[in-house]
Design a protein around this ligand. Structure first.
Ligand SMILES: CC(C)(COP(=O)(O)OP(=O)(O)OC[C@H]1O[C@@H](n2cnc3c(N)ncnc32)[C@H](O)[C@@H]1OP(=O)(O)O)[C@@H](O)C(=O)NCCC(=O)NCCS
Length: 197
């Protein structure tokens, strides 16, 4: 019997379990991120194509994928659950989204990644992950993140939770290989006094 993919079912928020990730979740997290990028980041006005995003995500010949999985496995194994943590959202045992709150190089709280599988977006998973992060951190420090400047959906989502754009200019990563496309980034912050969720 062929298993029906989970995204062909509907589910409600009560079925979503948010828990700490384990290293074995890394491969599906990579796949979710890559597919979320492909769905959200091509931009004809800026001449950013699907092929550009595929190259950014997977590298020439796909070599970024195993490296990224190995990196994530190590990261998850090393997280202490106090200063940094990766949380996954699961329905029926399948990972459909994840978030990675941690400290940045300036020791500021930062959401480094928040992705929901494209087929499962708009159904409450991102909101559950965000609320769990806000509970986990508490309400005593600002929280930063970077978002692709034309990603209106994600910006609206973050604004819904009280984040606002800062006036910081985010420069491209100098370590990025020249064949990769730099996407314009906007920094957002959730100020302590603005937390409403
Ligand atoms: C952005 C993203 C994480 C949001 O997750 P989601 O599961 O689609 O969002 P939810 O359905 O859980 O929405 C949560 C809440 O935000 C609100 N919301 C979602 N998108 C919104 C938008 N564009 N504008 C205003 N409110 C929005 C919802 O109405 C909901 O409100 P409620 O909980 O008070 O009822 C998800 O769409 C995603 O992964 N997008 C692609 C990848 C991406 O852009 N990630 C961010 C990288 S920085």
């Amino acid at each position: 019997m062929t298993e029906t993919p989970l995204h062909e079912h509907t589910f409600d928020k009560t079925q979503v379990i948010v828990e700490r990730a384990v290293p074995a979740d890394a491969a599906v997290m990579c796949d979710i991120r890559d597919r979320a990028w492909l769905a959200a980041y091509p931009n004809p006005e800026l001449a950013i194509t699907e092929a550009d995003i595929l190259l950014n995500a997977k590298g020439p010949n796909g070599q970024f994928v195993p490296r990224r999985i190995a990196y994530l496995e190590q990261q998850i194994a090393a997280e202490d659950g106090i200063h940094d943590i990766t949380m996954v959202a699961k329905v029926g045992g399948k990972v459909l989204g994840f978030v990675n709150p941690s400290r940045d190089e300036q020791n500021r709280r930062r959401i480094g990644a928040l992705y929901v599988s494209p087929e499962s977006q708009g159904l409450g998973i991102g909101g559950l992950l965000m609320r769990r992060v806000l509970e986990w951190w508490g309400n005593d420090e600002d929280i930063y993140l970077n978002v692709v400047s034309y990603n209106r959906n994600a910006i609206g989502f973050y604004e819904h939770f009280g984040f606002e754009a800062t006036d910081s200019v985010i420069l491209p990563d100098p370590a990025q290989p020249s064949y990769m496309k730099s996407l314009p980034l906007t920094e957002m912050v959730l100020r302590v006094q603005a937390k409403v969720a």
